[in-house]
Design a protein around this ligand. Structure first.
Ligand code: NAG
Ligand code: NAG
Ligand code: NAG
Length: 448
């Protein structure tokens, strides 16, 4: 071989190695859209819907908790979405798009499949396995099948040794179908599907799906712990999301793996520092959610007189605080919520808006043209202090006729405290599953 040829060969080999190394390190990027994005809703409607969803979800979460009495989820099915974010991806070869609820509270990923026995309405065509060249049905003797709470080999006549599953949620929603594997495709930088693809991911082909599914979803993407979850299957120790302003329409990035430039805003930008707190591992009596330790709340300059035991996770699985991808507004136990409201009223000169309409939030009337100060809101976690920017706890409402309100985007809940998405806007929320740490990293989510 001539010298030049040798050098070219060496160079191309090096290039291949470089590409492989980079792919290995790069995080997979997905994009999520808010369930209410693009519906042309007023800010008042957005707030009202978010509040109603948060209450309904918390009731549903609690109704499934082993140690608690059944809480009635209510009949909240009037076409208002049931969740906050949908992640977009595609399954199969060629790729068929799906949009799935981003759920940090469950591990199975599934989508409705053709031919359906009983399915809810969806706007995308149902995933059709017969149109995918890379699709395969999994046999029922696989560990991943046997480990499901409910699975079987089906009847001789129809199951034929395939993995038939049923997977139930806290709210008694259920999906039933067969467990399969296929190639998944994720977003490229311009948000279109067609970036990275990963072969042989396990998912449920839901043929009988029943429950409250009105968010324009085709199924659910599981991000909790568990062998079937997206992070576990993709073998990443970290995943993260970065929610853009919920009143806007920009998609929010979700990363499986460590995103590039994770700390760029935290280091140089002067937008605050990274705050980290431990993730508490759950046991069987708890929800399959990510628990953290909330210790207290400061409003303005006052640390509220709340005993830490109010937030603590009890032996029987009640109480505790979770960070959730599917709850809009932070929910605090009612006694705590009342203290927070009292402190806001005491520390602002604004007039309380006596609600005559749908809003149940604490709202203040805002004089025309003014952007008045409101007290600071700080959440104290074990090891982390979250000094929330105003946009992460006050919701501004423009009424027709120019009247303006500013409302506290926090709700009264049950004994379980839930850190909602509104409080997580415009920061990178990183789940480090290997080290059991949750970090809040300052970021501009629309620029990632
Ligand atoms: C439902 O999803 C489809 C497909 O992504 C989209 O075109 C449509 O705008 C969505 N509708 C609503 C109301 O979000
Ligand atoms: C991601 O996961 C690894 C564990 O494999 C951990 O050591 C690392 O610090 C995590 N976080 C980041 C930001 O890299
Ligand atoms: C608002 O309601 C409270 C009690 O609910 C009452 O004391 C107060 O006077 C009302 N304010 C206005 C402006 O109506």
């Amino acid at each position: 071989m001539k010298k030049l040829e040798k050098m070219l060969l060496l160079l191309s080999l090096l290039a291949v190695i470089a590409v492989v190394a980079r792919c290995d390190a790069a995080a997979l990027r997905l994009h999520a859209t808010h369930a209410d994005a693009g519906r042309g809703l007023s800010t008042r409607e957005l707030l009202h819907r978010m509040a109603a969803r948060s209450k309904a979800r918390s009731a549903r979460l609690l109704s499934g908790r082993a140690a608690s009495a059944r809480v009635d989820p209510g009949s909240y099915t009037d076409g208002v979405p049931d969740t906050e974010y949908l992640v977009h991806m595609a399954i199969g070869t060629p790729p068929q798009p799906v949009q799935l609820i981003l759920d940090t509270g469950s591990d199975l990923t599934w989508t409705q499949c053709a031919p359906c026995v009983s399915c809810f309405r969806q706007s995308l065509p149902r995933f059709n396995p017969s149109r995918s060249m890379t699709f395969s049905v999994l046999p029922c003797d696989l560990r991943i099948c046997r480990d499901l709470t409910w699975s079987s080999c089906g009847e001789q006549s129809w199951g034929n040794g395939i993995c038939v599953y049923a997977y139930a949620y806290a709210d008694h929603s259920i999906t039933t179908g067969h467990l399969d594997s296929d190639t998944f495709s994720f977003a490229s930088a311009d948000h279109a599907i067609g970036g990275a693809s990963v072969p042989d991911l396990t998912f449920g082909c839901g043929l009988f799906n029943n429950g409250i599914f009105v968010s324009n979803e085709t199924g659910i993407a599981g991000f909790s712990r568990g062998a079937l979850s997206m992070p576990a299957q993709l073998k990443v120790d970290n995943f993260s999301y970065c929610f853009t302003a919920i009143t806007g329409s920009e998609p929010s990035p979700v990363f499986l793996g460590v995103p590039p430039n994770l700390y760029s805003d935290a280091a140089g930008g002067g937008h605050g520092v990274v705050q980290s707190t431990a993730l508490i591992r759950y046991h069987s009596s708890q929800l399959k959610a990510y628990y953290i330790s909330l210790k207290g709340v400061t409003v303005g300059t006052t640390r509220l007189p709340i005993p830490e035991s109010v937030f603590a996770l009890k032996e029987d699985g009640t109480g505790g605080t979770i960070v959730d991808s599917g709850t809009g507004m932070t929910m605090l136990p009612e006694a705590v919520y009342n203290l927070v409201c009292d402190a806001f009223v005491a520390q602002t000169k604004l007039t309380v808006h006596n609600s005559t309409s749908s809003l149940s939030q604490l709202c203040f009337s805002v004089p025309p043209g003014a952007k008045p100060d409101v007290p600071a809101l700080v959440l104290h976690f074990e090891g982390a202090t979250l000094d929330l920017p105003r946009e992460n706890y006050m919701f501004e409402i423009e009424e027709t006729g120019g009247r303006r309100l500013t409302c506290l985007a926090i709700n009264a809940g049950e004994d379980l405290s839930v850190i909602g998405n509104f409080q997580q806007q415009n920061m990178h929320v990183l789940y480090d599953l290997a080290n059991d740490m949750l970090s809040f990293v300052p970021a501009r989510c629309n620029e990632l």
